[in-house]
Each structure stands twice: as structure tokens, then as C-alpha cells.
Design a protein around this ligand. Structure first.
Ligand code: HEC
Ligand code: HEC
Length: 363
């Protein structure tokens, strides 16, 4: 069996274990909990409702906001940020200051959750999302389910089921273990297969690849981790690229500045650079879902290097940035404009970053 086939097989077997009822590892328990609607107040919503495994862990449910934001368990409330893919989420480092003194890593668009377990109780107890009332209610819900209760005692110790706060940690750690598994980071896209010598890129894809990593245009200064075999297409630092307000859903979003451990107006409007893996199938784009097409994102970058007055989706000028300060103009102005052929090539390349199990979703 090739590595690729092994990875794919392990992905499939992980997902088919969901209702098996025996949870030998934290990741197996976390997998079941990821799909568990009784973790929401009214038992209608699971993590998988918004992070659907079949669509690269994004929310494909249609709604009145063109899916720019997701609807919570109550059927009406919504936040102001687009549900991100959880693809390759296990590769994201914890929130830290890097060698250059820049904030990097962390979870949520503003890094306010230090690590992956710290992220999980956010959605469970958020009134905008799963809206479970309290850790005590979580304890009741877990105790309702014999296999969960048994597995938690076995994996985390027998006293966990008497202490709601420790139970929250156990649930969060289980969900994190699942999200760190290969099912989320299969490294089996055409691009990975190409790196392993198992696939050839077309001329257009290859042109897009060379362009993406070249200094002619400047994607790589932000969207390159520089890992030789497991590139995630982000260095996990925070930048403001002047994303326009999405007038249909929200007001300005101050991004990193809303992270409680980051203070100062110099951080407003900055968001953690997103991965570009599975990007072709995870529209709409940006933290506020303001762009529907990948092509629009690319044309938007042109605004910094040429006259690019209109947004092709609206026919109007690009809207005002949510935050006009702190835009990384030095980096954004460094590249050459993207002409039609460059746009076409880059899109062809970005499509090769689609995991094998999602390739059927590409047009
Ligand atoms: C109502 C839809 C919804 C539900 C349900 C939901 N999420 Fe999310 N998730 C979001 C949104 C929106 C964000 C971005 C929020 C932000 O950055 O402020 C997010 C962000 C995340 C992130 C951070 C991703 C990153 O790149 O940093 C992780 C991890 C995550 N969710 C996991 C989960 C888990 C685990 C559950 C179940 C316990 C869950 N989500 C339930 C909508 C949802
Ligand atoms: C200065 C750093 C920087 C540069 C240079 C840059 N990006 Fe980005 N990119 C970001 C940040 C930050 C975001 C998220 C912005 C937001 O959500 O408001 C982003 C978002 C994106 C998205 C949408 C991701 C999503 O999930 O919604 C795509 C696609 C993208 N960039 C591709 C590119 C390409 C292609 C290039 C080169 C032409 C490029 N970027 C150059 C920082 C950068």
C-alpha cells in the first residue's frame, strides 16, 4: 500500500468509527463528540453542523447571508465571522511571539484561544453557537450516554465525572485530539502527490506554482510556512490586508486587537493568515465572508499594485477596509499586478491544494 492509500484508508476508518460505541483513544471519543448534537442547548447542533467533514469542515448550509456567517443552534442568531475550514488545524502552533517579535499561531481568526483545547469550550457555551447553558449541563448530557461516561472515566480518571470544570477539559482535549488526527491533515492533495513524485501538474498548474512561490508576486511572504513536505500555506502571523466590510452582516471587526492578551491600536484589523489548503472549495472568503469567488480575492490584491477600481462581484469600487490603519502595505505593494493569465494559473495551482477526498467538489 502506498502512503497515500494508507492515509486515505485511515481517514475513512476514522470517520466510520463514529457510532461504534467503543472509544479506545481520546481521538476516537473526540470524533464521536464532534458529531454529538446533545452538546448543544437544544440538541440540534454539533461541531460538524458548521464544520462539515464532507466539505473540508466548513458550513455548506444555505442561509440568507450567502453563508458568510453561520446560524447558531437557536436557528436565528449568528456571529460576524465566516466559519473557517478546520483542514490542517492540527498544524497550527499555539499562540506565541515569534523570533521577529510578531504574534503568531493561536486559534480563531484573532488567536484568542491559546491552543486547540482552549478553543473547544468557546462554541459549546457560546450563545451564538451551540448555547449549552453551563458545565453542569454538560455533565448531565455526558452522563446520559453510558459509552461516553465510561470512556471519559477510563481515559481521564474516575473523578472527572464529579467535577464539571475537569469534564470540560476532558471534552475539549478529546475534541482537540480528534482535530489533530490525520483525518484533518491528510496531505494527499494533487500538490502533495506531485511533491512525492506521484502526480504531474498541468502546464497551467505548474505556471501557477512557480508564480505563487516567486518574488514576482508576493503571496509567499505571508502564505508560506516553508516546511519541505507539509506546507500549510500560512506562516500563522497576523496582518491587516484591508478586507472590505461585509455590509450585509457586520460592522468593523478589530481582529487581533480583540484578543485579550494583545493590547494596543497597532493590532487592529489584523487576522491570522489563513491556510490555502482546500481553498477552492471553502468559499466564501475572508474572515467576514465578503468575497464569493476565489478569483475576486486575487483581483482584490491587484488593488495594491495597479488601478483596480471595481469589485467584479458588485460592479462597485472595492469597499472601505474594515480597519484603514495597520495595513501591511510594504508587503502588499511588493508584487507585480496579476494579469488574466496569472490569475488563471494561480487558480489552477490553488485547486491542486484540494485534498483527494474533496476533489470531486471541484468544477
Ligand atoms: C454555529 C457554527 C459553529 C459551530 C456549531 C462550531 N463552530 Fe467552530 N467556528 C465557527 C466560527 C464562526 C469560527 C470563527 C470564530 C472566530 O474566529 O471568532 C469557528 C472557529 C473554530 C476553530 C478555530 C479555527 C482556526 O483556524 O483557528 C476551531 C478549531 C473550531 N471552530 C472548532 C469547533 C469545535 C470543536 C466545535 C464543537 C465543539 C465547533 N467549532 C462548533 C463556527 C462554528
Ligand atoms: C501581507 C500578507 C499577505 C499577502 C502578501 C497575501 N496574503 Fe492572502 N491573506 C492574508 C490574510 C491576513 C488573509 C485573511 C484576511 C481576512 O480574513 O480579512 C488572507 C486571505 C487570503 C485568501 C482567502 C482565504 C480564506 O480562507 O478566506 C486567499 C485565497 C489568499 N489570501 C490568497 C493570496 C494570494 C494568492 C496571494 C498572492 C497574490 C496573497 N494571498 C498574498 C495575508 C496575505
Amino acid at each position: 500500500m502506498t502512503i497515500r492509500a494508507l492515509l486515505l484508508a485511515s481517514t475513512i476508518s476514522l470517520f466510520s468509527l463514529v457510532h461504534a460505541g467503543s472509544f479506545e483513544t481520546k481521538a476516537q471519543l473526540g470524533e464521536a463528540l464532534f458529531f454529538e448534537t446533545s452538546l448543544s442547548g437544544n440538541r440540534t447542533q454539533a461541531c460538524a453542523t458548521c464544520h462539515m467533514p464532507a466539505v473540508a469542515f466548513t458550513d455548506a448550509r444555505p442561509n440568507q447571508f450567502d453563508r458568510a456567517v453561520s446560524i447558531g443552534a437557536d436557528g436565528t442568531t449568528h456571529g460576524r465571522r465566516h466559519t473557517p475550514t478546520l483542514s490542517y488545524i492540527g498544524q497550527t502552533p499555539t499562540f506565541h511571539l515569534n523570533d521577529e517579535g510578531l504574534y503568531a499561531g493561536g486559534f480563531f481568526y484573532d488567536g484568542r484561544a491559546h491552543d486547540l483545547p482552549a478553543q473547544a469550550d468557546g462554541p459549546i457555551f457560546s450563545p451564538l453557537e451551540m448555547a449549552l447553558a453551563s458545565p453542569v449541563v454538560l455533565l448531565d448530557r455526558i452522563k446520559e450516554n453510558g459509552p461516553y461516561a465510561g470512556a471519559i472515566e477510563r481515559l481521564f480518571g474516575s473523578d472527572v465525572l464529579t467535577q464539571p470544570s475537569r469534564l470540560v477539559t476532558a471534552v475539549a482535549e478529546s475534541l482537540a485530539a480528534f482535530q489533530r488526527s490525520d483525518a484533518f491533515s491528510p496531505f494527499n492533495s494533487k500538490y502533495d502527490r506531485f511533491l512525492r513524485g506521484e502526480a504531474d501538474l498541468t502546464r497551467l498548474e505548474e505556471h501557477g506554482r512557480l508564480l505563487f512561490f516567486s518574488t514576482l508576486i508576493n503571496c509567499h511572504s505571508c502564505h508560506q510556512l516553508d516546511h519541505p513536505t507539509q506546507e500549510t500555506f500560512t506562516d500563522y502571523t497576523y496582518h491587516n490586508i484591508g478586507t472590505p466590510q461585509n455590509l450585509s452582516v457586520n460592522q468593523a471587526d478589530f481582529g487581533l486587537a480583540e484578543n485579550p492578551i494583545v493590547q494596543g491600536p497597532q493590532h487592529e484589523g489584523k487576522f491570522r493568515i489563513p491556510t490555502l489548503r482546500n481553498i477552492a472549495i471553502t468559499a466564501p472568503y475572508m474572515h467576514n465572508g465578503v468575497f464569493r469567488e476565489l478569483e475576486t480575492v486575487l483581483r482584490f490584491y491587484n488593488k495594491y499594485v495597479m488601478q483596480a477600481p471595481t469589485n467584479p462581484e458588485t460592479g462597485f469600487p472595492w469597499g472601505d477596509p474594515e480597519v484603514a490603519e495597520n495595513i501591511s502595505l510594504d508587503l502588499l505593494r511588493r508584487g507585480q499586478p496579476l494579469d488574466e493569465y496569472r490569475i488563471e494559473s494561480l487558480i489552477a495551482f490553488l485547486k491542486t491544494l484540494t485534498d483527494e477526498q474533496f476533489e470531486h467538489l471541484l468544477d
